[in-house]
Design a protein around this ligand. Structure first.
Ligand code: ZN
Length: 203
């Protein structure tokens, strides 16, 4: 199970300050009464930014882990949320996804570049659509675009900020913003505690 590690740090600062050492979880969230073999389980590494580690705990009764993903990092995608936002910003100001793909990914062919872009924009649009319903007090006047949400919150980068506002709903929202399953995934209906002990994202 992925949990939110609330922080204002950028991805680079998180690595430089080794901020994962400050993550704390005193008891198991499934068995707060204890006696389940809950313990700190070191860290796991993410490839980007280089040197990133994520603090992790383990519940042996539930055979699951709790890991603390900082607000700056994408869930189940490499790198920072601001990088995802930069891609979507380019798409939102381009005439088409093809046009944006040709500017963003010169290193791969168009079909691959479009898949790469859609892996980011589709789950973010779904998450924004869900947030308009879930938090109407903040977002009822928004469109499911990042430019609209940036306007509503008056910030330069809105995705890390949304981890704060969407806090109670993060397990429902799809990655890279939320900690739920990918849209369309068969696992989407399963318990959120079934989180593999491997790396995030998988190598
Ligand atoms: Zn437990």
């Amino acid at each position: 199970m992925q949990l939110r590690f609330a922080t204002d740090l950028s991805a680079e600062e998180y690595v430089r300050q080794e901020a994962w050492k400050e993550a704390k979880l005193d008891s198991c969230l499934i068995h707060p009464e204890g006696g389940c073999g809950f313990r700190k389980n070191g860290t796991y590494r993410r490839k980007y930014p280089e040197g990133t580690k994520i603090a992790r705990w383990y519940c042996s009764m539930g055979h699951g882990t709790f890991s603390f993903l900082p607000d700056c990092l994408s869930a189940r995608l490499p790198g920072a949320l601001t990088e995802v936002e930069d891609v979507i910003r380019e798409v939102e100001k381009s005439s088409s996804q093809e046009d944006a793909a040709e500017k963003i990914r010169l290193d791969i062919f168009l079909p691959g570049a479009l898949r790469w872009i859609r892996r980011r924009i589709l789950p973010i649009r779904l998450a924004l659509t869900m947030l308009i319903e879930l938090i109407p007090s903040l977002f009822s006047a928004c469109d499911p675009t990042l430019s609209s949400f940036r306007c509503a919150l008056c910030v330069t980068y809105v995705l890390p900020e949304l981890r704060y506002h969407a806090g109670p709903f993060l397990q429902l929202l799809p990655p890279p913003l939320g900690f739920g399953s990918h849209p369309g995934s068969k696992k989407r209906k399963n318990t959120h505690f079934q989180h593999k002990t491997g790396t995030d994202p998988p190598l």
